[in-house]
Design a protein around this ligand. Structure first.
Ligand SMILES: C[S@@+](CC[C@H](N)C(=O)[O-])C[C@H]1O[C@@H](n2cnc3c(N)ncnc32)[C@H](O)[C@@H]1O
Length: 204
């Protein structure tokens, strides 16, 4: 995967080098369901949370405001975003890595209770591998929480096709339900199945 991982990293760095400055202001209009996923996460007992692909750090910031004594980490494939998030979140442990194979079991001193993928899996090159890896990395009793573009099945066909084409320009593919299904997740869908929130248990 080394060559393709480097190509992905280069793409992300080109993409986010400038757009990271307007990221939070613009994405709030279409990265829907994130706050609902954060509310789900906050409705539970946990001490350690790792976000895969934290981007600007928007989600980690909100979670910390609500849970100031918890430990927060992140694994980010884009150097541009990583630098940005490190400045914004000096209290978090943020490292460069890829969702599919980064070892984050000791990032916070022990395995995470929660692994969060927020609009990240739809950009990851091998989302199946990333999910297996996340479930294997959890502390006993932990959970993986995913919020991302759903299969859009409830949208009319022309807007659905246009949205898929537009997302593909940015290397984003809405989540195929078949990627989540083997994990027997708890699922919530947004209107039109625009977004999906999935909660996955650790691997047995
Ligand atoms: C659409 S942004 C979402 C950022 C943030 N999670 C949010 O909800 O605002 C996707 C993030 O995932 C990162 N990313 C993409 N592929 C990745 C991978 N294979 N491993 C880790 N991070 C990745 C991108 O660099 C970017 O920061």
């Amino acid at each position: 995967m080394a060559g393709t991982a480097q190509a992905h990293r280069d793409f992300l760095n080109r993409y986010y080098r400038l757009t990271r400055h307007v990221y939070d202001a613009t994405r709030k209009f279409y990265l829907l369901g994130r706050d609902a996923a954060l509310r789900d996460i906050l409705d539970g007992n946990w001490q350690r949370l790792v976000e895969i692909g934290p981007g600007t750090g928007r989600n980690l910031q909100r979670l910390r405001e609500a849970r100031p004594l918890a430990h927060f980490g992140g694994v980010e494939a884009s150097d541009a975003m990583l630098g940005h998030a490190r400045k914004r979140l000096p209290w978090a442990t943020l490292v460069h890595g890829f969702a599919e194979d980064a070892d984050y079991t000791t990032l916070l001193g022990a395995r995470p209770d929660v692994v969060l993928f927020s609009y990240c899996l739809s950009m990851v090159q091998d989302p199946r591998r990333a999910l297996d890896h996340a479930r294997r990395s959890l502390a006993p009793g932990g959970r993986v929480v995913v919020v991302d573009f759903g299969d859009l099945a409830g949208l009319p066909s022309i807007p659905r096709a246009m949205l898929r084409r537009w997302l593909a320009l940015f290397h984003v593919a809405p989540l195929d339900p078949a990627v989540l299904a083997p994990h027997q997740p708890t699922l919530t869908h947004g209107p039109g199945r625009y977004y999906v929130i999935a909660t996955l248990p650790p691997l047995p």
